[in-house]
Write a protein that binds this ligand. Structure first.
Ligand code: ZN
Length: 503
């Protein structure tokens, strides 16, 4: 690719920033996989130092001058060009960073590194009081962040914008209201019929090694490149990337349930394909980074649910599963597995929730975050508020805080304003798959034959190739010609579950 001197000068300034960010990611991966508990405090300082350096370099006058020179040069260039994309994405990031004092950025990094360890302990003991002071501190720092970034209507907008540029909480509210109007009645209609679908076949003893093997086979079929990535275990499954050629994913195995590790592996695998699919020429540039978490989540949800919970997927994967678990699955049918992995049941843990109730968990968190930030709820009242909302949306009350307010890692990481991106991604996944089916006739048959790479290659071309060039609303229009809409998702979900539950 032809690169001008100004573009090259700017990239020269930002490459070390990218490297520092990726180095911080290595420390984060290690913290959540292999680091012994004693490493916590030193790790918090190391993370704060790296994050501080990223900030310092990004907001420095030299970087800003190099960016201004580049912007001058790309004036009038096609917005889709590489140089214009770099300038636009970098400007957004640098403007945000410049609004935040370096000390606040380091303080938040240190606080969240410490809070993550406190959260692990609090969750293990189901004691919210151990986590509470950490969350209070993080919330205080996060409010300061929102104040510095600025917002029009609600502090939530400033935070959401960091994870989902171009979207406001008012837009989220509109979409969520449309979803609630159809999902809550759907859950109500299914509730008296829960017994119509059994997942007994999944609830046998499935040794850990076999589950790992099955997850690996699914990843391989999806086109995950093990030369450029690896799978480990952690308390909370996640994906992180040190470069497009080194993408790490984790899973968690429950030996009494076949679905948990398989679907979390497929989910993180969907994230990983995105990271591995970023074009080589975008590596170590602002366009090689993540711009929208909703977009990222659309990839994991597409694989986990639309593909992984389809009949076609089980036509392909059941023989492999039977080979690994002959005693447990030898007599099972595709239909039995298809029904089992789609069983609906209001439950406490978001990451184990079925497709129908999943978004209700997101509504709970989104509303609580808004109340916390808006000052109408304080941290002390959070466990009770959580339980009350669970009862309102799902009709169940968590027996303890580990199964309630303490279950997610996000708040300990300082990620407030993040949860809506899960539902945005879920909705977009259905819209993307509909588009893929139009452009790739017979796609479902390919999945049944185990040719999952056909979908991966479509995603490589249509989504991953753009890197961070487009925000979620822009990418949705670019690929589907339409805005993000609830309809494809609701039609997919209602069609599938009406059939399953005989509604
Ligand atoms: Zn995800």
């Amino acid at each position: 690719m032809e690169r001008s001197a100004r573009l090259e000068a700017f990239l020269e300034r930002t490459r070390p920033v990218m490297d520092l960010g990726r180095a911080a990611a290595v420390l984060g991966w290690d913290q959540n996989t292999y680091m012994p508990p004693g490493g916590a405090e030193a790790r918090a300082e190391q993370t704060a130092t790296l994050t501080g350096l990223v900030h310092e370099r990004l907001v420095s006058d030299e970087t800003v001058h190099a960016l201004e020179a580049l912007e001058e040069e790309v004036k009038g260039a096609s917005p889709g060009s590489f140089a214009a994309g770099v300038a636009r994405v970098a400007r957004r990031e640098i403007d945000q960073m410049r609004k935040l004092p370096g000390k606040l950025v380091s303080d938040l990094a240190r606080a969240s590194s410490l809070a993550q360890n406190a959260w692990v302990e609090a969750r293990a003991q189901s004691r919210f009081d151990l986590f509470r002071p950490h969350l209070e501190h993080i919330l205080d720092l996060t409010r300061q962040v929102a104040g510095h970034l600025g917002y029009q209507d609600h502090p939530y907008d400033a935070l959401l914008d960091r994870f989902e540029p171009d979207m406001t909480s008012a837009q989220v509210d509109r979409l969520f209201d449309q979803l609630k109007a159809r999902l809550v009645p759907l859950v109500e209609a299914i509730r008296p019929r829960l017994d119509r679908v059994s997942d007994a076949v999944l609830r046998q003893s499935f040794p850990r090694d076999g589950q790992f093997q099955l997850g690996n086979e699914a990843l391989r079929a999806m086109g995950f490149d093990f030369q450029r990535g690896r799978l480990d275990t952690s308390a909370h499954p996640f994906t992180t990337s040190f470069s497009r050629n080194d993408v790490r994913i984790t899973t968690r195995v429950d030996e009494q349930n076949l679905a948990y590790a398989l679907y979390s592996t497929i989910h993180e695998g969907g994230h990983a394909l995105y990271e591995q699919g970023i074009p080589e020429e975008l590596e170590r540039t602002p366009l090689g980074d993540i711009i929208s978490l909703g977009l990222h989540e659309s990839q994991s949800r597409l694989w986990e649910n639309v593909v992984g919970r389809s009949r076609e997927f089980w036509q392909f994967v059941l023989p492999a599963a039977q080979r690994i678990f002959p005693q447990q699955l030898g007599g099972a049918s595709v239909e039995e597995l298809y029904r089992a992995v789609n069983r609906v049941e209001p439950s406490f843990i978001r990451t184990e929730a079925d497709e129908v109730t999943y978004n209700l968990h997101i509504f709970v968190r989104y509303e609580l975050e808004r109340d916390l930030l808006g000052g109408t709820l304080d941290v002390a009242g959070l466990p009770e508020a959580w339980n009350a909302k669970m009862e309102a949306y799902l009709g169940i009350r968590p027996p303890d805080d580990a199964k309630g307010v303490l279950q997610d890692i996000h708040w300990s990481q300082g990620s407030i304003g993040y949860f809506p991106t899960y539902t945005l991604g879920t909705v977009l996944a259905a819209q993307l798959f509909r588009q893929a089916e139009q452009e790739e006739p017979g796609l479902r048959d390919s999945i049944a034959r185990g040719e999952l790479v056909r979908l991966k290659e479509w995603l490589n071309r249509r989504v991953h190739a753009h890197g961070a060039r487009y925000t979620l609303p822009e990418m949705t229009r670019e690929i589907t010609g339409r805005d993000l809409e609830a309809a494809p998702y609701l039609e997919y979900l209602e069609g599938k579950y009406r059939e399953l539950y005989g509604l």
